[in-house]
Design a protein around this ligand. Structure first.
Ligand code: PLP
Length: 313
């Protein structure tokens, strides 16, 4: 399943300069260990045709998480959230985007393999801001057939899921490949105690007996920006209870509705788990309502929470 179109941007931001995309090279000797503690963010900007405006969604929250991850890996990194915001806006303008765009700031340690093997605190980093056009491809009329993975979600005292680090994604990749070869669309991972965590690249929520329930922030999940947005939408727009707590595996089997949520995935319904039908086996009414409300708020069709949308033009 392709999340993004195969289009590249004309320009990329590298260490303070906007340069042609094809000039952003790195020596092959650095490949491998350079990205072991590489930190990144996944952000989207949405085009609003009526406003003739491109809005970056929840930029401040993504940059807060980016800087929190950098703190945890003890890199030397001199940019403030304000400077990164300006750099992102400059790059979006340089690429003349007037359509939906995905934005990926990331850092990795500079140097050749010998230096990279020494995990010294305060090391300098390469700082890149990449971007590429995307279209929301998801059709909420269709849902995913998922499985509970035999792989365990990484733990806070091993590879903290709260830290948005490239290395963490190997865990989800193993689970996704297992799901694919077993004939499922996507997996859900459990933690070491057998409690529900998230999917590779997305958090999840279940609807049960009139409540929307999502695993707590201490359930081995990434502290997702979309999760915070959906929490607000559920309470303010749908006026339905939003609960953050530990979720058991068997609650997946009894849920009325289940959906993945994240910047990349947006809202993606789940219609079966381990071949047990979720609810009626179709996209449920709460998921549909959340999908519509999310689409409107990110694009600024719903004008609530103006602080969530940073205009580019
Ligand atoms: C592992 C993982 N969990 C959850 C999410 C959702 O986080 P957010 O809503 O901040 O994009 C992501 C994605 O970006 C992710 O990679």
């Amino acid at each position: 399943m392709a999340l993004y179109e195969e289009e590249i941007a004309a320009k990329i931001w590298r260490n303070g300069e906007i340069i042609p995309w094809e000039d952003a090279m790195i020596h092959v000797n650095s490949v491998g260990h350079a990205s072991v503690a590489g930190i990144f963010e996944g952000i989207k900007a949405y085009w609003n045709e009526d406003d003739r405006q491109l809005y970056v969604f929840r930029l401040a929250d993504h940059l807060k998480r980016f800087l929190a991850s950098i703190k945890m890996v003890r890199y030397g990194f001199a940019y403030s959230a304000e400077e990164i915001t300006q750099a992102i806006l400059d790059l979006l303008k340089a690429n003349e985007y007037r359509r939906d765009v995905y934005i990926r700031p990331y850092i990795f340690q500079k140097g050749m393999v010998r230096e990279l093997l020494q995990a010294e605190p305060g090391k300098a980093t390469e700082f890149i801001i990449d971007s590429w056009p995307f279209s929301s491809y998801k059709d909420p009329a269709h849902g995913l057939d998922v499985c509970v993975s035999s792989w365990t979600r990484i733990a806070d005292n091993a590879l903290p899921p709260r830290l948005k680090c490239f290395s963490n994604y190997h865990n989800g990749r193993l689970a996704a490949m297992e799901a694919t070869v077993s004939g499922y669309d996507w997996p859900i991972l459990l933690d070491g105690q057998g409690k529900v965590t998230e999917g590779p690249g997305a958090c999840l929520a279940i609807v049960r007996d009139g409540e929307v329930i999502t695993p707590s922030v201490t359930s081995s999940i990434l502290e997702s920006v979309t999760r915070a947005t959906i929490g607000a939408i559920v309470q303010e727009v749908l006026e339905v209870p939003w609960v953050e707590r530990v979720i058991d595996r068997t609650e997946l089997y009894l849920a009325d509705e289940i959906f993945f949520l994240g910047t990349g995935w947006e809202i993606m319904p789940v219609i079966s788990v381990d071949r047990l039908t979720v609810g009626e086996g179709q996209v449920g009414p709460v998921t549909q309502a959340i999908h519509g409300a999310y689409r409107d708020i990110v694009r600024g069709v719903d004008k609530r929470h103006p602080d969530w949308r940073t205009p580019v033009w």
